[in-house]
Design a protein around this ligand. Structure first.
Ligand code: DP6
Length: 367
């Protein structure tokens, strides 16, 4: 680092990371601090045009401590999760040089350098649209670039996992599996890409944003309560999900929509069943009193699938009331949207805000 004008430079990196929607859900940890799950999970990474986080990270000798702003508001970085990610990244940082600015940060200096992070979600935060997945994945990805961390995506996924479990899956596009792993230190609890975004590009995802309100029970505390109190969750993790993971991988490989839809809907239903089996029970699907809309969406999709003779649409709900609908192709998606707009017009008495249409995508760099 130069002695002259040492406080005058800033080095920055910006990246964009999409969110992901689980079709076989992660719900429950076996290790809270390392964020190790009790079962494997599989997700689809979405198109960043509609649901993504954009994060800029900067380093400067004038920064006196680490700071972060989320959607324009400063948030605390004192939590263990952020510190764990930062520690993992700092320990892998390398020399960084900006020839134009004439500055260099040596590998050994990263321990004493502070970062500022500015993050923006282009969708409602903490409303069950996997904002933490996109947010933490983007934070790890952009800091890794800034610090010239040379590790591959699977190592970065293990770091992002320590920020928020589902974040590890957002490091890849297309269809992604988070392997629960066996090691106590979590080294084998990583995300792998099952198929890239081009593999099954007929699928179209429509998200009915029923409420952009923050959920009442966070995923973190909800799944902790489930693991502690549900009698069903062990059966789910040990018996049901392992079989479903094999079947889902097969369905994705063969682009078998009926199998994919059956597994996706069944796993969403079971996730909400274990949430309900928690003490006290967790009602993600009706926590904003839009229960009727949600059940109508489910029953309409099921009626439609039965009417067509073969599934055309799958539904899944995360830890929030927003329906994620996956249609088998663009024609079906157009028809589905038409019907949704007819039966559930946005801004009606049901408080449905909007529909977001997403595709699968690859991880993109904003440059
Ligand atoms: C229902 O990844 O948000 O979306 O690891 O505690 O941060 P933490 O939880 P989080 O949980 C996501 C739960 C889910 C299912 C899923 O994405 O697999």
């Amino acid at each position: 680092m130069e002695e002259d004008g040492v406080k005058s430079w800033v080095m920055a990196v910006t990246a964009q990371t999409p969110t992901n929607i689980a079709v076989i859900k992660y719900w429950g940890k076996r290790d809270e601090s390392l964020i190790l799950p009790i079962n494997d999970s599989i997700s689809i990474t979405l198109d960043p045009a509609h649901l993504c986080t954009t994060t800029s990270v900067a380093v400067s000798p004038s920064f006196t401590h680490d700071r972060m702003w989320l959607n324009g508001k400063e948030i605390s970085l004192s939590g263990g999760r952020f510190q764990n990610c930062l520690r993992e990244l700092r320990s892998r940082a390398n020399d960084v040089e900006d020839v134009e600015k004439g500055v260099k940060i040596a590998k050994k200096d990263w321990d004493n350098m502070h970062v500022h992070i500015v993050s923006y979600n282009n969708f409602p935060t903490a409303a069950g649209l996997a904002s933490s997945a996109a947010g933490l994945a983007c934070l790890v990805f952009s800091l890794a670039k800034l610090m010239n961390v040379k590790e591959d995506h699977s190592t970065l996924s293990a770091i992002a996992r320590q920020g928020s479990g589902s974040a590890c899956r957002s490091l890849y596009g297309g269809f992604v599996k988070w392997i629960m792993g066996k090691e106590e230190n979590g080294s084998d609890s990583i995300a792998v890409q099952l198929a890239d975004e081009k593999h099954w590009d007929d699928l179209v995802i429509i998200i009915a944003v029923v409420s952009s309100r923050q959920k009442e029970t966070s995923s973190t505390s909800g799944m902790r309560d489930t693991v502690e109190t549900s009698a069903l969750v062990e059966h789910r993790a040990k018996v049901v999900v392992p079989k479903r993971i094999i079947q889902m991988e097969e369905a994705i490989k063969n682009r078998d929509f009926p199998a994919f839809a059956a597994l996706t809907c069944a796993d969403s239903n079971q996730f909400h069943a274990v949430a309900l089996d928690t003490c006290p029970p967790i009602f993600y699907m009706n926590d904003t009193s839009h229960r009727q809309v949600l059940f109508l969406i489910i029953s309409r999709v099921e009626k439609w699938n039965r009417f067509e003779g073969t599934p055309q649409v799958a539904y899944t709900f995360d830890a929030g009331p927003n329906a994620v609908l996956i249609s088998r192709d663009r024609k079906t998606a157009a028809l589905l949207l038409q019907r949704l707009l007819f039966y559930f017009p946005p801004q009606s008495e049901t408080d449905l805000n909007s529909y977001v249409i997403g595709d699968k995508t690859i991880l993109q760099d904003a440059g």
